[in-house]
Design a protein around this ligand. Structure first.
Ligand SMILES: C[S@@+](CC[C@H](N)C(=O)[O-])C[C@H]1O[C@@H](n2cnc3c(N)ncnc32)[C@H](O)[C@@H]1O
Length: 286
């Protein structure tokens, strides 16, 4: 049966709605524009155009993947972060809008965008944090580390995508085991922080499609906060280094306590809230 663009969108939207996919409207359009290689505007202006049987079969195959819970980003192989696209696959966490607060905080703390800064990104995943910082600070350089070799491969692909391979490098490291943080001006980190008992309650599109190494923070969700904060124990450095870290808001008090136990004064630990008023980011001078 030959269907026109409008009919195919209506049919897939209804299938997605029946499967309780909240974003059925936008997903049906995004996935069709991906299969046809045309813009969303084209779909509107050519709504009566008939599509080939092959395109129709390919489209309904990815609609079925979406119905099974696969996120649109993983189907398209890209996700937007801070207004730019980043390559994603099953080896990396999808960049989250909440993590954009790390970038906003860095821009607020380093107001001179032309400074020759050095950034370190711990648990870089897709590289979205480091690469966005390098795009916002055009004279900066940086290193991203991750324990996952496959994530490092994705981060490197993203650095080529954004023509940043000369300013950003990526290495495998177990947190700070293979790198000296004293060489940097800014350290950012979004560690895995979901307590193991909460992993099962995550939405299917997260639980089944983001890598577990990017999600699990151990029994209490604090395993990596403890390790990183221990490695960044307060020393009296003769250089200003700022540390910005994403918080699992439910663990914010426990994380602040870890910082205080590591020698940081409570009044030097600053918190930023996300759009839903949850404590999302902490920062301090090391
Ligand atoms: C929550 S994801 C953050 C990814 C990315 N920075 C972002 O914000 O989208 C945490 C990252 O930490 C990495 N990771 C987990 N254990 C690690 C370890 N022991 N050392 C370094 N990185 C680790 C994971 O592979 C994952 O890429």
């Amino acid at each position: 049966m030959m269907l026109c663009l409008q009919e195919i969108i209506d049919t897939s939207r209804n299938k997605l709605k029946l499967a309780s996919i909240q974003s059925a409207n936008i997903d049906s359009v995004l996935l069709l524009s991906y299969i046809l290689g045309v813009s969303r505007e084209y779909l509107i202006t050519h709504s009566q155009e008939v599509i080939s049987e092959k395109n129709c079969l390919d489209y309904f195959a990815i609609i079925d993947r979406r119905i099974k819970g696969e996120p649109v980003s993983k189907i398209l192989g890209k996700k937007e972060f801070y207004g730019r696209d980043f390559i994603v696959n099953s080896d990396v966490l999808d960049p989250r809008p909440d993590s954009e607060l790390i970038i906003d905080t860095a821009k607020e703390l380093f107001s001179n965008r032309n400074e020759k800064l050095k950034f370190l990104d711990l648990g870089t995943g897709s590289g979205c944090l480091l690469l966005t910082l390098l795009l916002e600070f055009r004279d900066a350089r940086g290193v991203g580390i991750d324990i996952s070799e496959k994530a490092i491969e994705v981060a490197k692909r993203n650095s080529y995508l954004h023509a940043l391979n000369d300013r950003g490098s990526f290495i495998i490291s177990d947190w700070l085991d293979s790198i000296k943080f004293e060489d940097f001006n800014l350290i950012v980190c979004n560690p895995p922080y979901i307590p193991d008992e909460d992993i099962n309650d995550l939405n299917k599109d997260v639980k089944l499609y983001d890598p577990i190494v990017a999600l699990s923070g151990g029994n209490d969700g604090l395993r990596y906060y403890k390790k990183i904060i221990t490695q960044l124990k307060k020393k009296n450095l003769n250089k200003k280094i700022i540390f910005i870290m994403e918080l699992y808001s439910d663990s914010a008090d426990a994380i602040i306590k870890l910082m205080i136990n590591a020698g940081y004064e409570a009044n030097t630990i600053k918190i930023r809230q996300d759009l839903s008023n949850k404590r999302r980011v902490m920062f301090t001078d090391l």
